[in-house]
Design a protein around this ligand. Structure first.
Ligand code: SF4
Length: 221
């Protein structure tokens, strides 16, 4: 097939309806349900690390039903918090990290987690992916969050050429129009999970096949 030049506007326009039947990425789903504060998004992102969305969602909802502010979280004993998030991978470490964040937010920031990247990255357990997601979803600030799906899909398109998610982030910051900086994660997480899958991507029914370079794709459906 002759490929047309990659058109990012057209790609996102086509991907939006294609992912509609699939569940939203966990943090975007939680924000829609009203768990949209920087603190809630940060806690949910920590819970989501190495954990399926199918687990992250009910665990986050159960925790927020019990405590959804730094002050309320501070009231929890470690054992109770650990029990509430026990279905999440590395829950013991995450419980300590969440409590430490709640404590610092109460002591240093009068109970309000600021939309400040340096502050977010200063917490144990918080890396660029979570910091940028929080800033994007909760604070509405343009930051790109690159996870395995965003990384894999943009390489396959031939849109960026980078060996790690960290390098993909740098490449996207140089190339992706700012209006898509938050959107790219919202769109490409479900797209990568259900259409441009890790193994055997669904190229034959993919809405961007006519412009995707299919870099590294040896077999597909
Ligand atoms: S054509 Fe294939 S490799 Fe390219 S985005 Fe679609 S599913 Fe992924």
């Amino acid at each position: 097939m002759d490929k047309r030049p990659f058109d990012i506007d057209l790609a996102f326009e086509r991907i939006e309806p294609a992912i509609r039947p699939w569940p939203k990425a966990a943090l975007f789903q939680l924000a829609e349900e009203g768990f949209a504060s920087a603190f809630e998004q940060l806690v949910a992102c920590i819970i989501s690390i190495r954990t399926y969305d199918e687990v992250t969602l009910p665990v986050s909802r159960a925790l927020f039903a019990r405590a959804r502010t730094p002050a309320a979280m501070n009231e929890l004993h470690y054992e109770e918090l650990d029990g509430l998030i026990s279905a999440s991978t590395f829950h013991e470490r995450k419980a300590s990290q969440i409590l430490a964040i709640a404590r610092r937010v109460a002591e240093e920031f009068q109970g309000n987690l600021p939309c400040d990247r340096e502050v977010l990255l200063s917490f144990a357990g918080v890396g660029p992916k979570c910091a940028n997601l929080v800033l994007g979803i909760a604070c509405g600030e343009p930051f790109i969050s690159v996870d395995v799906h965003v990384h894999r899909v943009t390489q396959r398109w031939g849109y960026v050429h980078a060996s790690t998610p960290e390098k993909t982030l740098v490449a996207l910051e140089a190339q992706l129009p700012r209006r898509y900086w938050i959107e790219i994660n919202r769109l490409l997480v479900p797209f990568g999970k259900h259409i441009c899958t890790g193994n055997l991507p669904h190229c034959s029914t993919c809405p961007v096949l006519d412009m995707c370079r299919q870099v590294g794709v040896e077999a597909h459906r």
